[in-house]
Design a protein around this ligand. Sequence first.
Ligand code: VGL
Ligand code: ZN
Length: 205
Amino acid sequence: MNSSESTALIVIDVQNDFCPGGALAINKGDEIVAPVNKLMDQFNNIVFTQDWHPEDHVSFAANQPNSAPFETIELSYGTQTLWPSHCVMGSNGAAFHADLDTSKCQMIVRKGFRSKIDSYSAFFENDHTTATGLHGYLRDRSISNVVMVGLATDYCVAWSAIDAANLGLETTVVLSACRAIDLDGSLEAQTQAMKRAGVNLVETL
Ligand code: VGL
Ligand code: ZN
C-alpha cells in the first residue's frame, strides 16, 4: 500500500523513558509498539528517531535553579518546557522499547544531543533553524512522502509533522500508533496546529 520508494515511515522516540515505568512515562505509550511493528511491513523506507540528551541538558528541570518538571522557562530560542531527566545518552531509558522491531530501520536520527538546545522535531532543533540532517537524507533518497507514528503525539510527533509539511513533504500522522503527554491542553492545541500546517491526521492506514 505504502511500499513506494518515495514514502518513508518515521518512527518517533519509541524509547523506554517514554513508556510506563520510564522517567517521562506517557500513559499507555507501550501500546503502540505492536501496531508500529505491524505498520513497518507496509514500508520499504523506515527511519527511527531517538531522543538523546547529555546529563546537563537545558530541558531537564534538575539543571535549572528553583524549577520543577512541567514548568516552562524562557530561553534565547523561546519558551522551553522543563522535563524530568530522560533519555540520557547511552542509558537504558534512552534505548528503544525492547519489543520494537528495529531490524528494518535504515536510519536512526538522534536529537537533543546539544546541552543548550532541545530538539523535539526530527528535522530542526527547537530554534527552528539548526538542522538534524533528516531533510537532506530524505531529499537525497527522493523521498517526498512521510508517515509518522510514535511518542509523543503533542510534542515530538507534532513538531516533526509540522516541520515536514512546511518543508513540502506530503505528511500523514497515524494517530492510533501515537500517544500524547497532554500538558495543559497541548494535545488539542497541537492537533489544530498540525491541521493548519496541512498534516493529514488518520486513525489507521
Ligand atoms: C519528547 C518531551 C521531551 C517527545 C522528548 O519525544 O515527545 N517530549 N523530550
Ligand atoms: Zn527530550
